[in-house]
Structure formats: structure tokens, C-alpha cells
Design a protein around this ligand. Structure first.
Ligand code: NAD
Length: 376
């Protein structure tokens, strides 16, 4: 098989595979083509890819020769016509946002492997790009908040007096939220946490956070460990409690998401108006609408002296390690899809391969993609 690494478009700084992972692909019997300057913004030069055994070519050549094209984000829509039937595209997909793109790819007979559809099971843990990228986001969100906050994070006892530790409120204790708790605690902050899944209480506590429980949360085992939409009564109760805690907080890191839906609104405009001037809200759910009513995706705004950072693309700001993790996850996925001679074998009875394949043979395959897009 020939794998082609595409250069990302737009503001994306990551690259799907770094030279270190090219070496692993070569050992698996796979030929690697890399688009000219693909790794530049992730600090990987063409000559590093060449040393690792890849061949550098232009975009047209990568697309025309590769069996499988790897990228972080789906290739731009104009590229679809240059792909040939049976070619495999592998990237993060965001099926709901890219529904038209996916339909075009299906009609063209492309196979689309969506890295964000890899099942969240123990066997698939080493292939879980969402977890890797959420780890980067949780880490960067706390650092961004600490650098914006006009106060220290840790408690200080100095000759100039005692400084109280910062209070950090974390909304959503998934992978990003748990990472944010760990980093905020390492920096010495006092951390409080909300989530609707009772299972995370123990993890939050073990990381040194205080879990604030709101009674009556709806959970559904069929949601595969993800959160589900809550009742109006619960939402009201939760908003009131969040308001109380947010007013006392210096920093809010918002990470709450419901797969395939708009992010839940947890921080109301009135809450922001009552928060301390100088406090910081980092809304990692910005791209799906945000957890704060005032969040604007991709923008930093100030309301009543409160900084609201609507940012869901922190992994692109840390492209070296984010690309490293991304590439390692891809390699682990490829290990279950490639035979000993380096040929691609898509065994659709494997739950990971089936769950990750959005479209194949002009059909929608993954159950989750069908659910998200309401396809029977
Ligand atoms: P996510 O990004 O979908 O959501 C982030 C967090 O927000 C979740 O913890 C969710 O419960 C919470 N949330 C949603 N609505 C909320 C609300 N109204 N109020 C407060 N909190 C709310 O989550 P994620 O990080 O992708 O993790 C989702 C699940 O997948 C978790 O159960 C996690 O343990 C599991 N997981 C499994 C694996 C694996 O086994 N391979 C890997 C990673 C994550």
C-alpha cells in the first residue's frame, strides 16, 4: 500500500504523521508519499521525512498515487473530484458539520475512515485521537487561563503578604476536563468540577478536584459512556449551582459536550455579569456552540471585565506533540487494518474498523454516523 500524507489547509498547524512515524510505516511494508512542506508548521522539514524513508511530491502526485490519504482535517471539498473510486481517506471528520462533504465522498465511491468515530473501548484506547487531542486542549486551556489571569494560581506566603490560591471551576470532566483538573492542581489552584456522569466523581476526587453533585442527572448506558441531554428541571437546578460557583471562581474551563449535538449552555449571560472582573472563561466547546451563552467561536471577547475565550483548536497551537500523538494513534489503528505484506485489509466484522468507517462501497457503514445523520 502507498500512504499519502496531505498538507493541511487553513489555519491548521498539525500534520497527520511526523517523520518518526514514517519509519514505523516503512517497517510495516508501507510506502509513504508526503506532500511538499506538509510538516513545516509542525516543525518537521521535508528532509526529515526523506531521511525517514518518505518521498516528497506535490499534492497532485500524492493524490494520484496513494492508496490511502492521511490528513488531520478532511481534505477540502474541491479535492474530492480528484480522488478516484476506491481510494481511502482517513482524517478527523466531524460528520455533522461535514455532511455534504461526506455525501459527495460516498457518491464518488471513496472509503472514508473517520478518526473521531473510533469506538471509545478499551481495545481502541491506543487509537483514540479524540482523547489525545482533548488531553492537549485541557492542558493548554489551563495554561492560557493562567497567563491571562491577573492573579497567581498557587497560594503564596511571602514577606509581601499571603496570596490566596486561584479558584478554578471545570465544567465537564471528560478527557479534557480531567487533564485541566490535573494541570490546575499542579499549578496550585483550588478546583471544583461539574459533570452529569456520576462515574467521573471518583476520578475527579483522585485528581484533587471537588465534585459538585447536582441531583437528578439523566444517564443512559446506551450512550456508550457519553453524556445525554438533560431534563429542563435538571438544567435549571444545575445552572443555579453553577452560577453560585462561577461567581466565586477566578477561572472557568468549559469542556461539556454531547456527541452529535450542540454543546449544553451552562454559563448564562447573567452569571458572567456577576463574575469577578479579570476572571477568565476558556470555552473549549466553542466550535459546537459553547457552554457559555456569550461565547463566540474563535474569538476572545471581554464582557463586564470577564475574558471569554472561545477556542476549540488548541491542539493546532501545540503542533509538535499534538502531531506526534495523532500519528501514533493512526499507526495503532493501521496495525489492525494492514496485513504482514503492508496491504490494506478492511475487515468490516471488526468492531473498530466497522465503527470507524463512515462510508465504503457507496454505503454508510458506521452505526454512529448513521445515528448522527439520521440515516436509516
Ligand atoms: P465529551 O467531550 O463528549 O464531553 C466532556 C464532558 O462533558 C463529559 O464528561 C460529559 O459527561 C460532560 N457533560 C456533557 N453534558 C454536560 C452537562 N450538561 N453538564 C456537565 N457536564 C456535561 O467527553 P469525552 O472526553 O469525549 O469522554 C466521553 C466518554 O468517553 C467518557 O465516559 C470517557 O470516560 C469515555 N472515554 C473512553 C475511552 C476509551 O475507553 N477508549 C477513551 C476516552 C474517553
Amino acid at each position: 500500500m502507498i500512504i499519502g500524507i496531505l498538507k493541511e489547509t487553513g489555519n491548521e498547524n498539525r500534520v497527520a504523521i511526523l517523520p518518526g512515524e514514517v519509519t514505523v510505516l516503512k517497517k510495516m511494508g508501507i510506502e509513504v508519499l508526503v506532500e511538499l512542506h506538509a510538516g513545516e508548521r509542525a516543525f518537521a522539514e521535508d528532509k526529515d521525512f526523506q531521511t525517514a524513508g518518505a518521498v516528497i511530491v506535490d499534492r497532485k502526485e500524492v493524490i494520484s498515487q496513494a492508496t490511502m490519504l492521511l490528513s488531520v482535517n478532511p481534505p477540502v471539498e474541491v479535492d474530492i473530484n480528484s480522488f478516484r473510486e476506491g481510494q481511502v481517506l482517513c482524517s478527523v471528520l466531524n460528520p455533522v458539520e461535514n455532511i455534504n462533504w461526506l455525501e459527495k465522498a460516498r457518491l464518488r465511491g471513496l472509503t472514508v475512515l473517520a478518526l473521531d468515530l473510533v469506538p471509545r473501548t478499551s481495545r481502541a484506547q491506543a487509537m483514540d485521537i479524540l482523547s489525545s487531542m482533548a488531553t492537549v486542549s485541557g492542558y493548554k486551556a489551563v495554561l492560557a487561563a493562567a497567563s491571562l489571569l491577573p492573579r497567581f494560581f498557587p497560594m503564596f506566603m511571602s514577606a509581601a503578604g499571603t496570596i490566596k490560591p486561584a479558584k478554578v471551576l471545570i465544567l465537564g470532566a471528560g478527557v479534557a476536563g480531567l487533564q485541566a483538573i490535573a494541570i490546575a492542581r499542579k499549578l496550585g489552584a483550588v478546583v471544583e468540577v461539574f459533570d452529569v456522569r456520576s462515574a467521573v466523581k471518583e476520578e475527579v476526587t483522585s485528581l484533587g478536584g471537588k465534585f459538585i453533585e447536582v441531583e437528578g442527572a439523566k444517564e443512559n448506558a446506551a450512550a456508550g459512556g457519553y453524556a445525554v441531554e438533560q431534563t429542563e428541571e435538571f438544567k435549571k437546578k444545575q445552572q443555579e449551582l453553577i452560577q453560585q460557583r462561577a461567581i466565586a471562581a477566578d477561572v472557568v474551563i468549559a469542556t461539556a459536550q454531547i456527541p452529535g449535538r450542540k454543546a449544553p449552555i451552562l454559563l448564562m449571560k447573567e452569571t458572567v455579569n456577576s463574575m469577578k472582573p479579570g476572571s477568565v472563561i476558556i470555552d473549549l466547546a466553542a466550535s459546537t456552540g459553547g457552554n457559555c451563552e456569550l461565547t463566540e467561536n474563535g474569538k476572545n471577547i471581554v464582557v463586564h471585565g470577564v475574558n471569554i475565550i472561545g477556542k476549540s483548536d488548541y491542539p493546532s497551537d501545540m503542533p509538535s506533540d499534538a502531531s506526534k500523538m495523532f500519528g501514533c494513534n493512526i499507526i495503532n489503528l493501521l496495525k489492525i487494518m494492514v496485513d504482514k505484506d503492508g496491504r490494506l485489509v478492511l475487515n468490516m466484522s471488526d468492531d473498530i474498523i466497522n465503527g470507524t468507517t463512515a462510508v465504503h462501497d457507496k454505503k454508510y457503514i458506521s452505526q454512529r454516523v448513521k445515528q448522527m445523520l439520521n440515516i436509516k
